[in-house]
Design a protein around this ligand. Sequence first.
Ligand code: IPE
Ligand code: IPE
Ligand code: MG
Length: 253
Amino acid sequence: MSDLHDKIDKEKLPRHIAIIMDGNGRWAKEKGEDRLFGHFHGVESVRNIVEGCAELGVEYLTLYAFSTENWDRPEYEVVGLMELLVSTIHKEVESLNKNNIRLHVIGDMSMLPAYARKELEEALEFTAHNTGLNLIMALSYSGRWELLNAVKHIAYEVKQGRLKVEEIDQDTLQRFLCTSGFPDPELMIRTSGEYRISNFLLYQLAYAELYFTNVRWPDFRKENLYEAILDYQSRERRFGKTGEQVATQSLGE
Ligand code: IPE
Ligand code: IPE
Ligand code: MG
């Protein structure tokens, strides 16, 4: 194992890491290749990072693979991405299962082509009993879509008389998000040098530590992940309190 890996404090691992896997297109263009070539190579990074998280004992890994807005890309790219998604899941599901990894999906599945939905549903079912890393793929996902969806569901529950307006609290809202049952990410990584959230987990990232790197997603490997985790571990998470309060609190632990 590497030096960086050994420096990680295993007692202070983030339980949940979320990643905006960005930069595939530029990576390919820089090599004089088509954007799809970049997406194809991005799969190798997914494999490597899933393995890295599972080895460390991270409990939840959410990967932003396709946003609601990505549907507006040129058709050949959207089709290429869907095909890549389906073939990758088909190829990887055995190995996910062998490694005790449970697959989840968040997003508007009704937007996906039927063949992709079917492949995903089979993979979800196949890995449903696994108890190791929870791998959450954000597909046809956006934070605003998710919040809108939750609001509609809550309104419907009220209309049906199953929920009172006065009873609605943060737990209610959490329950109607796609991520209900998952803890909020403590660490959010975005690759490729863009400093924005791009409609990812808008509610859940409220107190996440944000880490940005210039590395393009197809070049991102375990070592880069370790660097991000070490950076996270060097930060003081205050949640609105003062530094002194946090210091006293951690002494008392
Ligand atoms: C991320 O890479 C993958 C998806 C959004 C599907 P991009 O395709 O956004 O690559 P860049 O940002 O154009 O380089
Ligand atoms: C965000 O990347 C979505 C995914 C990584 C799936 P984009 O490349 O779509 O984001 P913008 O358009 O640069 O904000
Ligand atoms: Mg991009």
